[in-house]
Design a protein around this ligand. Structure first.
Ligand SMILES: Nc1ncnc2c1ncn2[C@@H]1O[C@H](COP(=O)(O)OP(=O)(O)OP(=O)(O)O)[C@@H](O)[C@H]1O
Length: 265
């Protein structure tokens, strides 16, 4: 069995009937305003099962607000957000959203610096299951195997006993992705994952995401167009809180409005 297979989200009985075209996430006419400022306007988009979607757009376009809505941090004034075709995300808080299988990585890595790499993954795995009380309990072999595969996948096996604070910036970013993967998410939201990485780390991140897609659905917010070009199945361009264009990378790159507001001539 390939390592990637062992990382597959535990299948639900219904999964065998699902197609990649089934939406894992459906947003319909989302509106968010802050004190009268309209941050998202009638925003609709859907992400398919196993799809790798990049979201691009100028500063202030609403990319972070979009992720905040999906993860229960910001409540829209109106609209619908349905996960996995049945879960109404707008009724859930951030913790409940995470438990449903939506993992989010913020731009700045937030690992526990004083703990080892392994302990960071262990805590992520245990707290996800809501078992703070049993934090001292030993991991079962399945959990340990999963941590080992995640360490290998992220090229962190050699660092397992090192304090997370001693890792390079790029390695911390990988560790944080690992902290999501041990929770077996269906949908991963990643905010500028390649920011501050070396060229080699960026290249490996691209390879990693390509490997994760198919087994997980990914929404990647990214400014680095080179990175977007290497990973994107499909791209959504946001502008002034609205979807300006959506399609394959080639399609959005050829779109005159996208060139004007974002890519430049
Ligand atoms: N809590 C808030 N209160 C008021 N305005 C906000 C709030 N959060 C976001 N905004 C505004 O909403 C708009 C969209 O912001 P958002 O952070 O979603 O954009 P972004 O596309 O993520 O930008 P960047 O690429 O700079 O991260 C911005 O004009 C921002 O100033």
């Amino acid at each position: 069995m390939a390592m990637q297979d062992t990382l597959f989200t535990r299948q639900l009985p219904a999964d065998q009937f699902r197609e990649q075209t089934d939406p894992v996430l459906q947003l319909e006419n989302i509106n968010v305003s802050f004190d009268g400022f309209q941050a998202l306007t009638n925003l609709s988009m859907r992400i398919g099962v196993g799809e790798l979607r990049c979201v691009i757009g100028p500063n202030g376009a609403g990319k972070t607000t979009l992720m905040d809505v999906i993860t229960g941090k910001t409540r829209p004034q109106s609209g619908q957000a349905v996960y996995d075709q049945s879960v109404d995300l707008l009724r859930l808080n951030s913790v409940e959203v995470a438990r449903k299988g939506i993992g989010r990585k913020f731009q700045k890595p937030t690992v526990f610096e004083a703990l080892s790499v392994f302990e960071n993954l262990e805590i992520a795995q245990k707290t996800h299951k809501g078992v703070w009380a049993t934090l001292r309990a030993r991991l079962n072999s399945e959990q340990r195997d999963r941590i080992d595969s995640v360490l290998a996948l992220l090229h962190l096996s050699q660092e397992r006993h090192r304090a997370a604070g001693a890792l390079s910036h790029g390695q911390k970013q990988f560790l944080e992705i690992g902290m999501l993967l041990v929770q077996e998410p269906h949908l991963l939201l990643l905010d500028e994952p390649a920011a501050g990485m070396t060229d080699a780390e960026t290249e490996y991140t691209a390879e990693l995401f390509r490997g994760l897609a198919g087994q997980h659905s990914l929404m990647v917010v990214e400014h680095d167009m080179g990175f977007v070009e290497t990973i994107a199945d499909s791209v959504t361009v946001l502008h002034h809180g609205q979807v300006l264009a959506e399609g394959s990378l080639a399609e959005v790159q050829a779109n005159e409005q996208v060139i004007d507001v974002y890519l430049g001539r």
